[in-house]
Design a binder for this molecule. Structure first.
Ligand code: 3PG
Length: 209
């Protein structure tokens, strides 16, 4: 069953990947996402500030906050305690996936092969991340997967960018695209929150082209 949060994410069609060093930047960053029309944050465990960022972003009305780059159950549990509403793993991780299902937390496990997808499908999941999409055949692979996995939807990430995003989004089995291109790292480093909001708006316009 797809949750209301997930429905909102798929309506928007974009999952910004957040890599932030300083939790003090979390609120202005999250507000920029909301202003930019992409009120979703996949806050990654790639910095020590991850849990503090999740806590801070959760205070922003309308922002859907989840955790990404989750490698184990301890991280998933800590992220949910901090307020994460969804979990994304880079690879298919049976323990994290099972824990999320048991605890009724939205989980989008990383998959890249029919074996991974079969495992997720067997647990009743309807949406998987597809990573690293560009290296593993991109839209061509997703088209091939639509045959045997007719009901599975994907969120490709890894090599998705402004130029190729619509090629992915046009596929019927793509629920959304994700990645770092939505909030470019140079703008994040510069703490240029207005430019990030403007960039999000530009991506939304491009999606509707
Ligand atoms: C991910 O974890 O989804 C990827 O690292 C995103 O890759 P990208 O930087 O190419 O968007």
């Amino acid at each position: 069953m797809i949750s209301n949060n997930m429905k909102k994410i798929f309506e928007i069609g974009l999952v910004p990947l957040i890599v932030l060093e300083d939790a003090q930047d979390a609120v202005p960053f999250g507000q920029a996402l909301v202003r930019g029309g992409i009120p979703i944050a996949e806050v990654t465990f790639r910095t020590d500030a991850c849990l503090d960022i999740i806590c801070a972003m959760k205070t922003i009305p309308g922002l859907i906050v989840g955790a990404g780059t989750v490698h184990n159950v301890a991280q998933a549990q800590a992220a949910v305690e901090a307020g994460a509403e969804f979990i994304i793993t880079p690879a298919y991780n049976p323990q994290v996936t099972q824990w999320c299902i048991e605890n009724h937390i939205d989980i989008m496990p990383g998959t890249v092969s029919p074996a991974d997808i079969e495992a997720a499908n067997g647990l009743g999941l309807e949406v998987c991340k597809f990573f690293p999409a560009g290296v593993y055949g991109g839209p061509k692979t997703l088209k091939a997967l639509a045959g045997p996995f007719a009901t599975m939807k994907f969120i490709p990430t890894g090599g998705v960018n402004y130029d190729n995003m619509n090629e992915y989004l046009d596929l019927p089995n793509v629920a959304a695209v994700g990645g770092s291109f939505i909030t470019p790292s140079d703008l994040v480093k510069a703490k240029d929150w207005d430019a990030i909001a403007a960039h999000c708006q530009k991506i939304i316009r491009h999606m509707l082209d």
